[in-house]
Design a protein around this ligand. Sequence first.
Ligand SMILES: Cc1cc2nc3c(=O)[nH]c(=O)nc-3n(C[C@H](O)[C@H](O)[C@H](O)COP(=O)(O)OP(=O)(O)OC[C@H]3O[C@@H](n4cnc5c(N)ncnc54)[C@H](O)[C@@H]3O)c2cc1C
Length: 486
Amino acid sequence: MERKKIVILGAGVSGHTAALYAKKYLKDKADITVVSPEKDYNWIPSNIWVGVNQMSESDVLFPLLPVYKKEEINFIRGKGIELYPEGTKDNQKSFIIYEATDEKSKGEKNNLYYDYLINATGPKLNFGATKGLGPDFHTYSVCTANHATHAGAKLKSHIEEMKKGKKLTLVIGMGHGTCTCEGAAFEYVFNVDTELRRNNVRDNARLIYLSNEAELGDFGVDGIQLEMAGYITPSNIMAESLFTEQNIEWILGAHVKNITETQIEYESLDGSTSTLNYDFAMLLPPFQGHLLKTFNKDGVEISEQIFTPNQFMKVDADYSAKKYQDWKASDWPKYYQNPTYKNLFAVGIAFAPPHQISEPRKTINGTVITPSPPRTGMPSAIMGRIVARNIADQILGNNNPPRSASMAELGAACIASIGAGFTKGSAVSITMNPIVPNFEKYPETGRDIKSTFGEIGRAGHWIKRLLHTLFIYKAKAKLFWWIIPE
Ligand SMILES: Cc1cc2nc3c(=O)[nH]c(=O)nc-3n(C[C@H](O)[C@H](O)[C@H](O)COP(=O)(O)OP(=O)(O)OC[C@H]3O[C@@H](n4cnc5c(N)ncnc54)[C@H](O)[C@@H]3O)c2cc1C
């Protein structure tokens, strides 16, 4: 019998995890192929430390090919561009078209047939959503290792200027009203603060956190009621006290709409427009999905049926339009399986969330200023693992009930670095359960207060540094890699 073919698009946190587990579960019972444009794996969370010159690109990147060779997983350097889930009239076998990205065959297009497809293509960094945003224009980013290197180099040159007495304004945050990943900007602003202090230039810097969150500590999850040192503390109180202690200013509810070489223009939740002069800005872009133009067997485009307007793939979620008050934990997907094509899955940032987690807000001008739902590393990797397990069960004919990984049932641990260094480092460690508030189960706060807690301190930094080593060890598929949890 012909071996089943599993194709995974994307070799990031969720796709790479799915590939390693699919191989572990299926061994030689299936052909596993990863299609991804870059030759290296990037442990993205540590890009923050590259952006403050505490790590280099080589610390956060490693080549994928040797890992896939060792694991006997096929690796194609390319990007998925079209999807034919029904095949064509002549050959009704599902396939994708990918475009090669390696030096030898760059731009060539090829078909790749599959029995199961996992879309793990992550975010498309949509710098184009805001005029003047991004490394091609006026601001810096830490979303890729290369972006972070450039941010780090500029920060270094500004520190040298400040050492000579120059006073500078540094703005860190979100480059659009619909951005997600506030946790990353939060980490970066505190790491920059630490770096400025380490270089004795903090007094020469005005440091500003500029965000689309309505409150500090919202993090795109509507804030968190944390158990801290025996007290229930809302995350906005925790964040406000941290920002105040470090003398970091904050501007909230902001939709950045135009950036020039010297000024950031933003609209606020009250509908007013303001400008901010700056010398250095690291502003994250909003995320979009990577659209795979989708066709039925007659060649008719059906992308709208498979993808949402912002290009994320629809899975087993309830996408019907509802009011904020009517949102339910059960709207969130469990299996990451497309409802039309059951052999099609989307994990990590690639799947379409049914709605925001933070309360949606609009200005009187109709501008949406609301954080989009974050899909952090831990849930992304868990989704990759459970989808690999469910596919393996189908191929092996195991009669197990499918594993689920709803973000309204999953807890997540997030350690936000607020400074690097063995003796000076610190971090905010937050465990929240579940990620999406579930008011049916936990009527008071939406989360289980017994397993939703926070700590601030050096131990968090050490754990975060240890996780860097452990997750890279796991991603390299070294001995007993699967013992390390996601
Ligand atoms: C600066 C920063 C710091 C962060 N810090 C943390 C943190 O501390 N903790 C945490 O839990 N999370 C953190 N995150 C979030 C975390 O990085 C994401 O949750 C995680 O990377 C999502 O995994 P993914 O597989 O969906 O996407 P990615 O890891 O981005 O992987 C997507 C993959 O798909 C590939 N790809 C793109 N287009 C195509 C295509 N058309 N065809 C095939 N492949 C394609 C990409 O090259 C990439 O390999 C951070 C994110 C950022 C940006």
